[in-house]
Design a binder for this molecule. Structure first.
Ligand SMILES: [Zn+2]
Length: 456
């Protein structure tokens, strides 16, 4: 039978498996987390891990439970040919905003809705079924495929980090927890928190942004009294920045100003409009303190141009996002998110450039950073995945670099590969998370072809 037909035949079973495992709320649960009982991330993660291990056992494979952090299923015999890494944990899904129960997955109009269907239980099972089918079609394969699944990807990937302290590193691997085409490079993710204490006779409080990894869509300041300088400043601000809307009104004895921007992911800050930076422009009109001027004059560009850190490497540009700002009880706190190309030494970037510059404007700086990933674009792994993708999507693009991060950073010789197709909306980490069933079938076929090439 043609491989496309074989994949089509799998589909109904695959959808019911995904539906089954997505009934488990495997978000982190502190109240039931118990390291000594092999459930370091709580009961839900434990249940999802048990479900997957049981699936492997029932299918007749050797399985390993690595202290409840992660597990694996060994498909086939001999030494390792390939690993595939996915995750079984999900981010919490409060029911608000969902059109159906997030933990009672259902199909509507050819799409499966539920928490985890796209991120990442669905893709993990698609790759698992593709690996099983490959072994069925190639019973004499001399190497095995290892399916690895962690339970803490959404909270920092300590699961697979722990897994690899006990189990062998991957020979070659991919993680179906990102997008197509194949991701050969990921910038380093870094964060900095700038803190300053100062009293103001004008500013009472300031609040902007919801998370550090998104461009703030609004920022609100409460100002003391009703001073004409606030209105003059608003006029000057509007004249200089006609593209940044704001409102100004009185509330009780105070004045409340809100500046509006446009949200975007921190790794693509140029798609947004930063309301917190807009607020700094406004405030700088009548309270030119060094802390505010630093934001308005140095933190205002997406690529760090005014900090003198603009850089474009092989993986693209360094990006900077001011994600959160708050001022309360004389304490100003500014949270920055950076995506840094692999050519740059983050320790030097923060220690020798950003920290001293922020310090000169009255800020203390705390920072932390991860590592970048770059795989050989001409190597077997990237070339095989690229070819598998383009056999199914002939008009598709070649290998890409992203600002985000995947499991690939935690494993040896590993890259991100699917399942989202370019432009596809999957609502991961949002209400109504969805997996298009036609895309699922296509992704499963691509995974099969990838396995075939990498097992050669
Ligand atoms: Zn994920």
């Amino acid at each position: 039978m043609d491989i496309r037909d074989q994949i089509r035949e799998l589909q109904d079973g695959l959808v019911s498996e995904i539906t089954d495992v997505c009934r488990i709320d495997s978000s982190y649960d502190e109240s039931t987390a118990d390291e000594s009982a092999m459930k370091p991330f709580g009961q839900g993660c434990r249940d999802a891990l048990d479900w997957m291990l049981e699936k492997g056992r029932k299918d007749g494979f050797e399985v390993h439970d690595v202290d409840g952090y992660a597990g694996d299923i060994i498909i086939g015999k001999g030494e390792e040919g390939l690993s595939i890494l996915g995750h079984l944990d999900v981010i919490p899904a409060p029911k608000d905003g969902w059109d159906s129960d997030p933990f009672a997955p259902e199909v509507r109009d050819g799409k499966l809705y539920g928490r985890g269907v796209s991120d990442d239980k669905g893709p993990l099972l698609a790759a698992y079924e593709a690996a099983k089918l490959y072994m069925r079609n190639n019973p004499d394969a001399e190497k095995h495929i290892r399916i690895i699944f962690g339970c803490n990807e959404e909270r920092g990937s300590s699961c697979v980090a722990h897994y690899f302290t006990k189990m062998a590193p991957c020979v070659q691997a991919f993680t179906p927890d990102a997008e197509f085409p194949v991701i050969y490079g990921e910038k380093a993710h870094a964060g900095a928190v700038l803190t300053s204490y100062f009293a103001s006779d004008k500013l009472i409080s300031l609040e902007g942004g919801t998370v550090s990894n998104a461009v703030p869509a609004s920022c609100t300041a409460v100002l003391k009294g009703m001073d004409f300088s606030y209105i003059y400043a608003a006029q000057a601000f509007s004249a200089k920045h006609p593209d940044i809307p704001h409102t100004i009104k009185t509330e009780g004895n105070n004045t409340v100003v809100t500046v509006f921007g446009r949200a975007a992911h921190a790794s693509l800050p140029h798609l947004g409009l930063n309301a917190a930076v807009g607020m700094a422009y406004y405030l700088s009109e009548f309270m030119p303190v060094p802390q505010i001027m630093f934001i308005a004059e140095k933190l205002d560009k997406y690529y760090g141009e005014d900090l003198g850190i603009a850089f474009e490497g092989e993986l693209g540009k360094l990006t900077m996002n001011l994600g959160l700002i708050s001022y309360k009880d004389n304490k100003l706190e500014v949270t920055l998110d950076f995506r840094v190309p692999h050519e740059i030494d983050c320790e030097k970037l923060f220690g020798m450039v950003i920290k001293p510059m922020a310090g000169a404007h009255g800020y203390e700086t705390e920072y932390r950073f991860g590592k970048a990933l770059i795989a050989d674009k001409e190597g077997k792994l990237v070339k095989a995945l690229d070819a598998a993708y383009r056999e199914v999507e002939p008009m598709g693009d070649g290998p890409q670099a992203i600002g985000g991060g995947t499991y690939a950073k935690e494993a040896n010789n590993c890259v991100g590969f699917g399942p989202a197709f370019p432009g596809e909306v999957t609502h991961i980490h949002e209400p109504n998370e969805v997996m298009d069933l036609a895309s699922l079938e296509k992704a499963t076929l691509i995974y099969y072809k990838a396995i075939e090439k990498l097992m050669e």
